[in-house]
Design a protein around this ligand. Structure first.
Ligand code: ATP
Ligand code: PMV
Length: 445
């Protein structure tokens, strides 16, 4: 039988423009942007010689050294779903919990909903992961592809040693891998990523797998951005993920299938009015000028519990200011960006001072304020949980501004014993999507 055509899907990374921490509570929303940096996953059949039976799924990240993971899989008794076990490659075994957990969840779901029950022994497949370079901050060599010679770099390290820039690689990976598997194994009548129904299935399954793999339930904004792209996001109630059996244990298969279809998912995604004014770009800088603080989310939540009234006042006012910024951007009011973002940053710093957490640390305040004076830059924020490792900028979308910012941050890094680098990524509206294969020339085996 000839091999069916490979299936490629990509999902974007994320950046919070407004609403970090607040979004952990369903009372508040966040303004999240998808990014032009995408994780691509290409699914292909593995052709076996006649008479050879293989039950193997290979996931490979060929941009990195030694970054290939091989899994066997089989259906377990008592409806425990598809149990995935990693196979040794040589002497080493190098785990990738995000890949492994996603395979358990998604293969289990596929086995449950597949109209073709003989597919219960799923054919072997190879999944190739190609991530845009900005997800990682190592120096790299550009091997390139036919169509785009500077797209996927070769990094000189295994993935586990790669330095992440914090663009949400795990969420984009889990989303793209989930979508590629669903598209590869299921007919479009059951799963079609280009439809609203397909995105709902994908979101619910990817959200569950991502939470399980990271061992905690966050707000889920990163999976929301990977599926839907830029949006206003209200989180789901965490209780929906309670009491899910472990993969391979009794009842996992019906529980996952029921979870995907459940009417209890109460997240809200709105793309309406989420946009940037024409000529304005959302850009990111990777900052490497200090140490990362751990446990920030825990500390902020502890302060919230301890100062209920004071924290509520800050959160409510911040929510209003975040909504105002979203509205001003949608209305194209570029002149108002500077004061609107300043008003948000003021309260983020208040939150930091009150909770004792450097959400916008002093060094980032100085950097952001200095960048505001660079011609073409409106303002910027410390995105997400915050700290010392990144800033997001609203700036004019032209080459001259880009050059000025690049030069400015380079000099800034030198003066502050570190490195600050303007990444190539930009805020982008679109979420997950099917891709043609041209981009991947030279990477697929
Ligand atoms: N190219 C890739 N191929 C396979 N797995 C990947 C790839 N990139 C990331 N991953 C998976 O995602 C994990 C990194 O996820 P993690 O949540 O720590 O970072 P992140 O999502 O990039 O950053 P942040 O959550 O700060 O935005 C890796 O350990 C690996 O399991
Ligand atoms: C603090 C929080 O709101 C954002 C964390 O963002 P990031 O992973 O630091 O980009 C937590 C969450 O939303 O899960």
């Amino acid at each position: 039988m000839p091999a069916s055509a490979p299936t490629a899907v990509s999902a974007p990374g994320k950046v919070f423009l407004a609403g970090g921490y607040l979004v952990l509570d369903r009372e508040y929303t966040a303004l999240v942007f998808g990014l032009s940096a995408r994780v691509n996953v290409i699914a292909q059949e593995i052709q076996t010689s006649q008479g050879v039976q293989l039950q193997e799924i290979v996931v490979a990240s060929p941009q990195f050294l030694d970054s290939q993971w091989r899994y066997g899989y089989h259906l377990t008794p008592e409806q425990g779903g598809m149990l995935v076990t990693q196979l040794h490659v040589g002497a080493k075994i190098n785990a990738n919990p995000f890949v492994e957990t996603t395979l358990s969840y998604v293969l289990t779901y596929i086995a449950s909903v597949s109209p073709n029950k003989s597919a219960l022994s799923l054919d072997p497949a190879r999944l190739t992961v190609l991530a845009d370079n900005d997800y990682y901050s190592q120096p790299h060599s550009m091997t390139g592809t036919e169509k785009n010679p500077t797209r996927f770099a070769k990094f000189p390290t295994p993935l586990k040693d790669a330095n992440k820039t914090g663009l949400g690689s795990s969420a984009a990976l889990v989303t793209a891998l989930t979508a590629a598997l669903l598209s590869h194994y299921l007919p479009t009548s059951v799963f079609d990523v280009s439809t609203e129904e397909g995105k709902r299935i994908l979101h619910n399954l990817a959200q569950a797998a991502h939470c399980a793999a990271q061992g905690k339930v966050g707000s889920g904004f990163d999976i929301a951005a990977a599926v839907y792209g830029s949006c206003r996001y209200r989180r789901f109630s965490p209780s929906i993920l309670k009491n899910l059996p472990e993969p391979g244990t009794a009842g996992f298969a019906p529980a996952v299938t029921k979870l995907v279809e459940s009417a209890a998912w109460d997240y809200e995604i709105s793309k309406e009015g989420v946009t940037l004014p024409p000529g304005v770009a959302l850009r990111m800088c990777d900052v490497d000028c200090g140490s990362q603080t751990v446990g920030m989310v825990k500390k902020v939540l502890a302060w919230r519990e301890q100062d209920v009234a004071g924290s509520k006042k800050i959160w409510d006012t911040l929510q209003e200011r975040n909504v105002t910024l979203g509205r001003l951007l949608a209305e194209g009011k570029t002149k108002d960006i500077v004061p609107a973002v300043d008003a948000i940053r003021e309260l983020i710093r208040a939150m930091g001072t009150e909770s004792g957490v450097p959400i916008e640390p002093e060094s980032q305040t100085v950097l952001l304020d200095a960048l505001k004076d660079v011609e073409g830059v409106y303002n910027g924020v410390v995105p997400g949980a915050g700290g010392f490792d990144a800033v997001a900028l609203l700036m004019q979308d032209d080459a001259a501004t880009e050059t000025r910012v690049k030069e400015y941050v380079k000099a800034w890094g030198k003066d502050h014993n570190g490195t600050v680098r303007l990444l190539d990524v930009k805020g982008e509206m679109e979420g997950v999507r099917r891709e043609g294969l041209k981009e991947y020339g030279g990477w697929l085996t």
